[in-house]
Design a protein around this ligand. Structure first.
Ligand code: C5P
Length: 219
């Protein structure tokens, strides 16, 4: 069967990566977590005391950043496994901030396109269907109510042993939604040809099956 490119966009904590990972495994596709790449840039800035509000300073450190991922979805920043560190709430907010900068987006989008050049890929993010892979055969816009997303992130954080306060998580999600949807460059929005999946009342299995069905129709 022909391998296609699948784009999954949507707001924070909508469950995109959980779905994308399972679908990638089932279809034997490569999964690319583009949010992890923005998180790496944010994390690097935090680690190196770079002023996140200083766009010039953030642009200047891009040359020092090498991001790789392995087939187990581990994320490496300059050869160090940062998979767990980049999930902290502080890193989420810093990723959202640096992702509004043109140099950062150009730097990462170029790599995302190169990484997608293997056929049979599934990418999740905010601008995959609109900017990174506008010709993707299947585009999904995955959404869920802010309450559902906050609860999911709360449980995820608890499982990871990270601090978790439901109200703070909800506020952070709302703030990131606002920042991601209102930035000037590549704001989060549904691609015209994307299929909307509201997962508020769906189980993971139900969403996976829907995505697999849609993918099969396009192979
Ligand atoms: O998906 P995740 O929550 O890990 O993404 C972290 C942040 O990176 C998002 O809040 C968003 O600002 C940014 N991002 C982006 N474009 C993408 C993926 C993520 O701007 N394709």
């Amino acid at each position: 069967m022909k391998k296609i490119s699948i784009a999954i966009d949507g707001p924070s904590a909508a469950g995109k990566s959980s779905i994308a990972k399972i679908v990638a495994k089932k279809l034997d596709y490569v999964y690319i977590d583009t949010g992890a790449m923005y998180r790496c840039v944010g994390y690097y800035c935090l680690q190196n005391n770079i002023d996140l509000n200083n766009e010039t300073a953030v642009s200047a450190i891009l040359k020092n950043i090498k991001i790789t991922m392995d087939s187990n979805n581990r994320v490496y920043l300059n050869e160090h496994d940062v998979s767990d560190q980049i999930r902290q709430d502080e890193v989420s907010m810093s990723a959202s901030l640096v992702s509004s900068y043109q140099d950062v987006r150009e730097f990462l989008v170029k790599q995302q396109r190169q990484m997608s050049n293997v056929g049979g890929v599934i990418l999740d993010g905010r601008d995959i269907g609109t900017v990174v892979l506008p010709d993707a055969k299947l585009k999904i816009y995955q959404n869920a109510s802010v309450e559902t997303r906050a609860k999911r992130r709360f449980l995820e954080n608890k499982q990871r042993g990270l601090s978790a306060d439901l109200e703070t998580i909800k506020k952070d999600i709302e703030q990131r939604d606002y920042q991601d949807m209102n930035r000037k460059i590549s704001p989060l929005k549904k691609a015209d040809d994307a299929i909307v999946l509201d997962t508020s009342n769906l189980s993971i299995d139900e969403v996976v099956n829907e995505v697999l069905k849609l993918a099969k129709q396009r192979e």
